[in-house]
Design a protein around this ligand. Sequence first.
Ligand SMILES: NC(=O)c1ccc[n+]([C@@H]2O[C@H](COP(=O)([O-])OP(=O)(O)OC[C@H]3O[C@@H](n4cnc5c(N)ncnc54)[C@H](OP(=O)(O)O)[C@@H]3O)[C@@H](O)[C@H]2O)c1
Length: 264
Amino acid sequence: MNTKISIIGAGNLGTAIAEGLLISKFCKPANITVTKRNTATLTVLKSKGVHVTSDNNEAVKRAGLIILAIKPFQVSEVLNGLKTQLSANQILVSVVTGISITDIETILKKNMPLFRAMPNTAIAIRESMTCLSFKNATEEQAAYVNNLFNTLGKVTVIHENLMDAATVLGACGTAYAMRYIRANIQGGIEIGFDSKTANLIAAQTVKGAAELLLQNGTHPEQEIDKVTTPKGCTIAGLNEMEHQGFSSSLIKGIAASYQKIVKE
Ligand SMILES: NC(=O)c1ccc[n+]([C@@H]2O[C@H](COP(=O)([O-])OP(=O)(O)OC[C@H]3O[C@@H](n4cnc5c(N)ncnc54)[C@H](OP(=O)(O)O)[C@@H]3O)[C@@H](O)[C@H]2O)c1
């Protein structure tokens, strides 16, 4: 299998994937190609040995696996320009929101292994949650792509009809978590910490809480039970948050993001 990887559209996410691949040593820097029309913004990746070009066809020609990381409205034009170059020996992975495998097949009009991946920006530090679905892939190809995203965080294979939901929970979820942490920082400052210390305490506490769930395989409420002393300060704070609509506002926010995706 040709293990060279080309990323078409090295913007926020494409660059984050390239950075994650470099740190993980999944492949050599020279075996990674990144493209965009204005390559002037890619000097850091270039200085690390990544091949940089604005020629998408050249990038596709070199690679066994192509990651499409452009905006949804650019997909038709870019894939139409690449369809004669793409072959059944290659693997195409799209991280584009809202573009289905069927949409891609309709443009390419050929049988080739097609993957949809929904990672998040923590992929740059190899802590992404990536949801994956695929079509026309052999077991070996599926394992290879799974392995690639596994080196960049955690992976779960889902039915493609859950991809919009995965976008909300996994990708928008980064922003929701940031707001939660920000609110903790604001509260922390009100009760006496400077901003920098409050930031550290809030971020590390959330990281530790998430690790408890991931490592113990527990439900959040089981971990909450360990912290809530009867008549104590934790349950007093938690109940006040719930009286103010904490869980309800989060659930409504997730549903609003989902409605926005499915209606567009
Ligand atoms: N950010 C996230 O957390 C996230 C998570 C999951 C999925 N996604 C999806 O990933 C995709 C990319 O998102 P993003 O945030 O990385 O967007 P972005 O920063 O705008 O990146 C897109 C890149 O594509 C390049 N591009 C545009 N036309 C091109 C062409 N013809 N050939 C090669 N490159 C081209 C642009 O650079 P030039 O203008 O210089 O060409 C730009 O840097 C989107 O579909 C998004 O929905 C994002």
